[in-house]
Design a protein around this ligand. Structure first.
Ligand code: MRU
Length: 370
């Protein structure tokens, strides 16, 4: 996606790999929209920490980061003992898989990398296969998002007002995004649209990241408080909802996504507004049988009790945490929720648009591997 920094417009991917320095390069998303900065993680532990601390976030982006992190960890191994190397890779894999629990993309991405690595007969061969497979995952993520755009654009009519939640845009992937892909494709086809970005407390990814992306892309948009969507739906001011997902169950069509997604799906059903979920194939979990079993990340209570933002004084602006809540109160902070299949109109995938209940029937088209 193109970003304009200090008057200069350049194309960036959210995640890239610097092979010369064995480093993963990431857009520091915690600083956006106030500052655009690229940071490098120098080893797989730093890469895992960047995922946990949400320097990089969004299911597709952390999938690519984990794939590169696995290649980075493999590359750092010295020696030619294949057995020791395999043990080392298993521990790198586990560290990265544990960085954030809800999104399945990191695990699917690393499984792809490991499967490719297994074709190599020496440590050196496996190391270079790992990097090639990570690059392949990142490129495929971009191709999938483009295909989501092609399929999803036909759902968007000229003049539509679309609600989205959290950030399922290019910052949440390697490029383009899932929920935003149909919007960008509709814009490219000359359609006029208006997007409502849910603020998405507690971390405000809608207000900070989605709004920034849409502004860079020159798409008409407004940020709304999370609680405002019901009111706008009731007044007929929202025509369509599109969100992303961190884990979609291939067997049931249930969708885990940012906390508050379920609430929006209930509201959309009540007002008969189509509710779409846009996902690349790496977001499908073909194993789990019940949404209830999806591990839901619980984050630190400070995210609910306060907020990060820019504090301006006469000398300079600086990023600061502001405590909002009553000082003696604690908080509960589940990061994700699960939307049942019956509340979802359809799922937009790179292979087409499917009813949630049809995913399992269509599994061979959707990349299911026995
Ligand atoms: O906690 P985050 O910011 O990583 O959550 C991101 C979301 O919930 C996105 O909607 C989701 O990853 C789907 S788009 C990749």
């Amino acid at each position: 996606m193109n970003v304009t920094v200090q008057g200069r417009t350049r194309h960036y991917r959210t995640v890239t790999f610097d092979a010369a320095h064995n480093a993963v390069q990431l857009i520091e998303q915690r600083l956006l929209p106030h500052e655009f900065k690229i940071v490098a993680t120098k080893n797989f532990r730093e890469t895992a920490r960047a995922i946990t601390d949400m320097i990089v976030r969004g299911a597709g982006a952390i999938g690519a980061t984990a794939a590169y992190g696995l290649a980075q960890g493999a590359q750092a191994f010295r020696g030619s003992d294949l057995k020791k190397f395999t043990g080392h890779v298993a521990s790198v894999y586990q560290t990265l898989a544990d960085a954030r629990p809800t999104a399945v993309d990191p695990v699917n991405a690393m499984n792809d990398v490991r499967r490719e690595m297994a074709r190599g007969e020496t440590v050196a061969e496996q190391q270079s296969l790992a990097l090639a497979a990570a690059e392949h995952f990142a490129d495929e993520d971009v191709r999938h998002c483009k295909a989501i755009g092609r399929h999803g654009a036909r759902l968007i009519r000229n003049g539509m007002r679309v609600l989205t939640h959290c950030n399922a845009g290019w910052l949440a992937f390697v490029d383009i995004g899932s929920a935003t892909a149909p919007l960008y494709a509709a814009q490219a086809a000359g359609k006029k649209i208006h997007v409502f970005c849910d603020e998405t407390r507690p971390r405000s990814q809608g207000a900070t990241l989605t709004a920034w992306e849409l502004a860079e892309q020159k798409i008409s948009h407004q940020i709304i408080a999370d609680n405002a969507a019901g009111h706008l739906m009731q007044r007929g001011e929202i025509d369509l909802v599109i969100v992303g997902s961190d884990r979609t169950l291939g067997r049931t069509g249930e969708v885990a996504n940012k906390i508050g997604t379920y609430t929006k799906a209930v509201l959309a059903a009540r007002h008969k507004i189509p509710f779409y979920v846009a996902i690349p194939l790496s977001t499908i979990d073909w194993k789990l049988k019940r949404g209830f079993d999806i591990p839901i990340e619980e984050r630190h209570e400070s995210e609910v009790l306060g907020a990060w933002g820019m504090v301006e004084n006469l000398k300079a602006a600086r990023r600061a945490y502001v405590r909002v809540a009553n000082p003696s109160s604690g908080a509960r902070n589940p990061g994700f929720d699960v939307t049942p299949a019956e509340l979802i109109t359809s799922i937009i995938t790179p292979a087409g648009i499917f009813k949630p209940a049809a995913l399992w029937r269509q599994r061979s088209k959707l990349g299911f591997e026995k």
